[in-house]
Design a protein around this ligand. Structure first.
Ligand code: PMP
Length: 404
């Protein structure tokens, strides 16, 4: 892969921060955007901004077509059976809230159990806690092993006829662990539960085939896959979406409204109330096409090489403790340095133009497992290079020597 050519597509990367070339290693929080995505936003607002689905004028038709083109691309991107199974949301957080609220409140009751894992982002914990409060269901948690993998034996023991939902991430944002989701889903189904997968950290890095996985729901955020903020999607199996009540109500999601009774629109519109985030959905297609154009195997191979190199070099530094050493990982290196607070490391790296994330990464229970408050996290994308990892390592070496 020609990384230098790819980098040219990302204008933001070509700047100095604190007097040095920017090294952007905060991709698990949000990735940067290529020109095709930025231009798609510009083209939409300068050429055909209009409200969709209802208008009969030319701009409205053009905007509607572009919006639905993204659904077309998204279906293929995750290999869903039908475009009716693709619902645009604000991102993974809203997708998970949609499932928890709509499916959870309609189909869970006291005595039922929801299984999540110790690796989850707060957005895959809190919505289920709220559902538990509303329904009387109980939350159960798959423990994690020392290396940051899920304890699959413990998972098997947690499953029972009481298990109604299993909701886990495909990859952990804090540690990078790629979970064996196909096996997790099959075991959930064998117990009679539905399986929800949070794909926030896999959308830009791993090929996703929802039919092969056989998951019931899959969630993506555009902004973590080179697309705009403010959009993403929920995939749901059609038979489940059909029987779920609406999540939000208003325009678009209805067929007929009278004061005594309202009938709801067909899928996917039943779950897309109000004027959607048209511009960002339109541009999301260009982000998915960008990923498909590079090839997900090629992206994964490049990022895996970065991960291997960074793991080797960072773990060799004095006083460094790597957190999360699973066999299968996306490009995330999380670590602490003995005697130096992660915030201080983050700030000192920033003064050298290197952007990393520090803190609990919205996974406080996971940090509690490791008895730490937070980590320093470097997370990679397709435009990162080994040279940038050398810069990170050089920065860390200086910080460690200086602080000693
Ligand atoms: N799950 C995981 C694993 C994440 O990394 C994130 C974002 N950090 C989310 C869920 C939430 O995604 P968003 O903020 O895009 O809704």
């Amino acid at each position: 892969m020609d990384v230098e050519a790819i980098r040219k597509e990302f204008p933001i990367l070509h700047q100095q921060v604190n007097g040095r070339d920017l090294v952007y290693f905060d991709n698990a929080a949000t990735s940067q955007k290529p020109l095709v995505v930025i231009n798609a936003l510009m083209d939409y607002y300068t050429g055909y901004n209009a409200n969709i689905h209802r208008g009969i004028h030319t701009l409205a038709e053009k905007a509607t077509k572009a919006y639905e083109d993204t659904r077309h691309t998204a279906r293929a991107f995750i290999n869903a059976r039908s475009e009716q199974e693709i619902i645009f949301t604000r991102g993974v957080t809203e997708s998970l809230n949609l499932v928890a609220s709509s499916y959870g409140r309609a189909f869970l009751k006291a005595g039922d159990e929801i299984v999540i894992s110790g690796l989850e982002h707060h957005s895959n914990i809190v919505p289920w806690q709220i559902v538990c409060e509303a329904t009387g269901a109980t939350l159960r948690v798959i423990p994690i092993l020392e290396n940051g993998e899920l304890d699959m034996e413990a998972y098997k023991k947690l499953l029972s006829p009481r298990t109604k939902v299993v909701s886990v991430n495909h990859a952990s944002n804090s540690l990078g662990t790629i979970n064996p989701v196909k096996e997790i889903i099959a075991l959930a189904h064998a117990a009679g539960a539905v399986a929800v997968i949070d794909g926030a950290q896999t959308g830009a890095h791993v090929a996703i085939d929802v039919q092969d996985l056989d998951c019931d729901f899959y969630c993506l955020s555009s902004h973590k896959m080179y697309g705009p903020t403010g959009t993403g999607l929920l995939y749901g199996k059609r038979e489940l979406l059909e029987k779920m009540p609406p999540y939000q109500a208003g325009g678009e999601m209805i067929k007929d409204v009278t004061f005594p009774k309202t009938t709801y629109n067909d899928l996917p519109y039943k779950f897309e109330a109000g004027t959607p985030n048209i511009a960002d959905v339109v541009a999301y297609k260009y982000a998915m096409d960008f990923i498909l154009g590079l090839g997900r195997e090629n992206i994964a191979a490049h990022e895996h090489a970065l991960l291997t190199y960074a793991t080797e070099r960072v773990s060799a530094l004095k006083g460094v403790r790597l957190i999360g050493t699973a066999a299968q990982k996306v490009g995330v290196v999380s670590f602490g340095v003995e005697g130096i607070h992660h915030f201080d490391i983050g700030q000192m790296l920033d003064s050298r133009g290197i952007a990393v994330r520090t803190g609990h990464h919205c996974t406080q229970p996971l940090m509690d497992c490791f008895k730490i408050e937070g980590t320093v996290r470097a997370s990679f994308a397709v435009y990162n290079t080994k040279k940038e990892i050398d810069q990170l390592v050089e920065g860390l070496e200086r910080i460690i020597n200086f602080m000693k």
